[in-house]
Design a protein. Sequence first.
Length: 171
Amino acid sequence: MTTQAGNAPQQIAAPFLTTIMQIEPQWIDYNGHLNMAYYNVLFDRGIDQMWAEFGIGPDYMKERNCSTFSAEAHIRYLREVHLGDPVVVAVHMLEADDKRIHTFEELRHATEGWLSATSEGMSLHVDMRTRKTASFPPDIAARIRAIVQAHGAVRKPDGIGRRIAMPTPKS
């Protein structure tokens, strides 16, 4: 379902699931699997689908001159994907305040369901006239609160808040 910036969506799934995406041939590296950079492209496309669905996508930018920028991301590569593997991204909206949205995404094989990678990120709401962070308008903030609440009712995926560190030696 697509929505214009001024129209509230009927519902956003918890988690939000993207359409099935395909791995593009030029994304395969010399190891014969998806190059690490393109995992981020898939996660970004997933976020873009969700943003457009609930009203802060390209139409929002055109109509209200505001957008979101990525501020931080942490990607974990768990299982290779290859050319021909159909994939989907599940987006969990974890938290939000007046200017930020904290998300966690899972890249999964679309037909077999196994987890390939995760990405945890922070997006900033930006006024494109000043290119500085700005508060979400009240209608958008209300939508975000509703989505965070709905997503908070489902089980949290493993890996949220994980930091990079060497494994602890076993005694």
